[in-house]
Design a binder for this molecule. Structure first.
Ligand code: GSH
Length: 315
């Protein structure tokens, strides 16, 4: 991580745990918003007007949070409006690095070798982890925002005057319900699997495992009436959240994170739902199983040999 702008190599995947061994995730630090006119958004400062070609997304295919942003970009048809670079799936002792892995990119925009260089470019005294996703402003050469929840929301609405297509991911009529379901999906599933995987006590692991499967059971039942998506016919942010965890589950969370009561394959409604989303235009391009497996199984603290399992053959 970066400490006052200097990179420290003693990276710990479990950067923080509470007294019972529960994994604690760092909160995001850059919280400006791209808006239609460039006025300030919900947080941060003004000056980031939606313009075609102005913004760039830095992502990792392994990362469920970055993949949320990638999915929103595809669903909203913004591939020609917001450009993308993909880091290598493996966290090195310099954090995320560019180039050299099939399907990854060099940083042609800024010429960085490591993600942390972009953080210190944006803030020379930055302290924290150099995470993806990052939404970068090419005009001012800085990070607009590094919180995927915010980035999904701005991709949904800020670019409507430049390009307007795809579903409204956060329709006004559903806002309150989406907010409730989003926080549930975050704590029980998106972050819940990490809490199981990075728990440092049996107690914390069992607690997280139980919550993960309670939430999967709840979502399996929710889809039992044959609805297409979590809110019926409307595809929303909440579906992005559930999907990014489902699509990594059998390949990584089931085994590496010890969430092994059952696989997603064994939950017919969730399995069908996951494939329905996977078949939406552009979405399969955001899911690279080889990156997901290489990335998760390179976490030395959880898999010291670095051996990547052969299976599952398909999702
Ligand atoms: N709050 C962030 C979390 C992003 C995050 O944790 N990304 C992970 C990859 S999945 C990361 O970059 N980790 C690098 C590190 O912790 O050093 C978001 O949702 O955008």
């Amino acid at each position: 991580m970066l400490v006052s702008g200097a990179w420290k190599e003693n990276w710990q995947p479990v950067q923080q745990a509470d007294d019972d061994g529960r994994f604690i995730r760092q909160t995001s630090s850059f919280r400006n918003w791209v808006t239609v006119e460039g006025s300030a958004g919900v947080t941060g400062s003004a000056g980031f007007k939606a313009e075609a070609g102005r913004y760039h997304l830095y992502v990792a295919y392994i990362c469920p949070w970055a993949s949320r942003a990638l999915m929103a970009r595809e669903l909203k048809g913004l591939a020609d409006v917001v450009s993308v670079s993909v880091v290598n799936p493996v966290l090195t002792d310099q954090g995320w690095a560019f180039g050299g892995f099939v399907g990854s990119d060099a940083d042609e925009l800024n010429g960085a070798r490591y993600m942390h260089e972009l953080y210190t470019h944006a803030d020379p005294t930055f302290t924290g982890r150099a995470t993806v996703p990052v939404l970068w402003d090419k005009h001012t050469g800085t990070i607009v925002n590094n919180e995927s929840a915010d980035i999904v929301r701005m991709l949904n609405s800020a670019f409507s005057q430049i390009h307007d297509s795809g579903p409204d991911l956060y329709p006004a009529a559903l806002e309150a319900e989406i907010n409730v379901l989003n926080s549930y999906l975050y704590s029980e599933l998106n972050n819940g699997v990490y809490q199981a995987g990075f728990a440092t006590t049996q107690f914390a692991y069992r607690e997280a495992y139980t919550r993960v499967f309670a939430a999967l059971d709840a979502m399996e039942s929710r889809l039992a009436d044959g609805r297409q998506y979590l809110f019926g016919d409307a595809f929303t942010e909440s579906d992005i959240r559930l999907f990014v965890t489902l699509v990594r589950f059998d390949a990584a969370y089931y085994s590496l994170f010890k969430c092994n009561r059952n696989s997603i394959r064994e939950m017919p409604n969730l399995h069908r739902y996951m494939h329905r989303i996977l078949s939406l235009e552009g979405i399969s391009d955001t899911v690279r199983l080889e990156h997901i497996k290489a990335g998760y199984y390179s976490i030395k603290a959880l898999n010291p040999t670095g051996i990547v399992p052969e299976g599952p053959g398909s999702l």
